[in-house]
Write a protein that binds this ligand. Sequence first.
Ligand code: FES
Length: 331
Amino acid sequence: MSADVTIEAAADEAKTTQALRVSKITREAQDIASFELVDPAGLELPPFTAGAHLDVRINDDTRRQYSLCNDPQERHRYVIAVLNEPAGRGGSRAMHEQVAVGSVLPVSAPHNRFPLAGREARFHLLLAGGIGVTPMLAMIAELERRASPWHMHYCTRNPARTAFLDRLRPLIAAGKVELHHDDGDPARGLDIARTLAAFEIGAHVYFCGPPGFMHAAKASVSAWPPFNVHYEYFTATDDRTEAVNTPFRVKIKSSGQVFDIPADRSIVAVLRDNGFDIETDCEDGYCGTCITRYLDGEPDHRDTVLGEDERQRYAMICCARAKSPMLVLDL
Ligand code: FES
């Protein structure tokens, strides 16, 4: 299957929704709760693979993506975990304050931009930062079933903020999971550069966590072939704070219309002003909802979703700018 088909199919799949009932809410750590979602009629749920996530519509204004953290073999439930971030955009707070057992939430089909490598992989190294542990839990279930060698470094501020400890305790005792607490000072936590300094043939590394953690991990994988490096952001990258916006133009292939994109506005914002119905979610380059094919020009990619191959054909138009004077969009 080509990358085109895969990414477009995943985007379409994500748009189909089902109403699921919250059957259980569990406090997993300070400010972290897990939510178990089931079909109200008790039907089996669509299957998912380790690393997949759901789009959850929390209320009329708010839709968020959450990684599935239960065993992918389970078909009777989905489990997600949510960190309550009072300084965030409101989605996590709404999950914690507005959603109760019995609530019914529209939820997308699972889709996966963070899959495990195949069975040919000889070793899987997992690096989880805080709530970034959620996709790793599904991966661990799958790797245990495959009997594939793996190890996880789980980095949190302190034990009170370390979710899923009960579930992980046997794996900690077995030496498969190592905890690292930094009390808010990364210098006291895992030495990520040292951990990733050497690559061994057949090894794959996976990382997911907050921006500083992701930045440190991405800066430390120079010895690893890109094919063996897997990561997923759940917030925008902090790598683009230095980026300077300049104006450019976009052309719509189907109509020939040309629009000016000023330095202080996104492509999505300008197209909406002109009557285009563009679906978005994060509007910050990390959810993949606004993926759009381009046909000419050179985008200045600022997302954390697209791989190098995909960037030759697609742009995330909520955040992408252009290096060329004109970008032609396949709309
Ligand atoms: S809306 Fe999330 S990447 Fe564009």
